[in-house]
Design a protein around this ligand. Structure first.
Ligand code: AMP
Length: 216
C-alpha cells in the first residue's frame, strides 16, 4: 500500500494523473477540490460557505479541508491514497501526518509536478471535465472526439469550473506560491520529495510517477 501526495500549481496535471493511478493501481483519490465542489453541487451548508472563496481562487480554511480528509481517511479503503490538492498549507501537512499516523500508516512519496506559469494559463483556461466520470479534456490539446460527448462514458454533462478563468487563476497561483510552495522545501528536507516534469506528455508523466512509486 502506497500513500502519495501530488503537489503542484493549478493545471499541473494532478487530477489527470490521480485518475490514472485510480484506474491502474486501485488507489483512492482524495481531492479536496472535488469534495468541495460536491458540497456546492449538493447545496449543503458547507458548500454555501466556501462558494465565494473558491470562485475567487482563494484557499478555504484549514479546518474545513482537514475535516473533509479525516472523514475520508476513516471511510475509504483501497490500495493507498493519492492526496490531490491537499495539503496546501504547512498546517494541513502537519494534520495529514498526524491523521495518517493515527490510522497506523504514513506517507510514502510526495511528487512535485513542475510546470511553468505560461503553460498553466493555457491549460487551465481551456480545460473541461466530464461531470459523470471525471475524464479531463482540453479545447486545444485534448478535445473530445465528438463535440459535447465524453469519450470515456458517453455523457453529455461536460463542465467548466467557474474558477478556471484568467482572473481566478492569478489568485490561485498567488495562493500556491505564498502558501503551498513552501511544502516543496518541507518535504524535500524530510527526504520524501521527488520531482517530475509536468510539461511532458501525459504518458511520460505517468511513467515518471510510476518510476517513483515502484522504486523500492
Ligand atoms: P482544486 O480543485 O484542487 O484546484 O481546488 C479548487 C479550490 O478549492 C481551491 O482554489 C480552493 O479554493 C479550494 N481548495 C481545494 N483544496 C484545498 C485545500 N487543501 N486547502 C484550501 N483550499 C482548498
Amino acid at each position: 500500500m502506497t500513500n502519495l501526495i501530488l503537489l503542484g500549481p493549478p493545471g499541473a496535471g494532478k487530477g489527470t494523473q490521480a485518475k490514472r493511478l485510480v484506474d491502474e493501481r486501485g488507489m483512492v483519490q482524495l481531492s479536496t477540490g472535488d469534495m468541495l465542489r460536491e458540497a456546492m453541487a449538493s447545496g449543503s451548508e458547507l458548500g454555501q460557505r466556501v462558494k465565494d472563496v473558491m470562485a475567487r481562487g482563494e484557499l478555504v480554511s484549514d479546518d474545513i479541508v482537514i475535516g473533509l480528509i479525516a472523514e475520508k481517511l476513516e471511510a475509504a479503503a483501497g490500495n493507498g491514497f493519492i492526496f490531490d490538492g491537499f495539503p496546501r498549507t504547512l498546517a494541513q501537512a502537519d494534520a495529514l501526518a498526524d491523521a495518517l499516523e493515527a490510522a497506523g500508516t504514513g506517507l510514502d512519496a510526495v511528487i512535485e509536478m513542475r510546470v511553468d506559469d505560461a503553460a498553466l494559463a493555457r491549460r487551465v483556461t481551456g480545460r473541461y471535465t466530464c461531470g459523470n466520470c471525471g475524464a479531463v479534456y482540453h479545447d486545444e490539446t485534448r478535445p473530445t472526439k465528438v463535440a459535447g460527448v465524453c469519450d470515456a462514458c458517453g455523457s453529455t454533462d461536460l463542465r467548466r469550473r467557474p474558477d478556471d478563468t484568467e482572473e481566478a487563476l492569478r489568485n490561485r497561483l498567488m495562493e500556491y506560491y505564498k502558501k503551498t510552495s513552501p511544502l516543496v522545501g518541507y518535504y524535500y528536507a524530510k527526504g520524501q520529495l521527488s520531482v517530475v516534469d509536468g510539461l511532458a506528455e501525459i504518458d511520460a508523466v505517468s511513467d515518471a510517477i510510476a518510476a517513483v512509486l515502484d522504486k523500492d
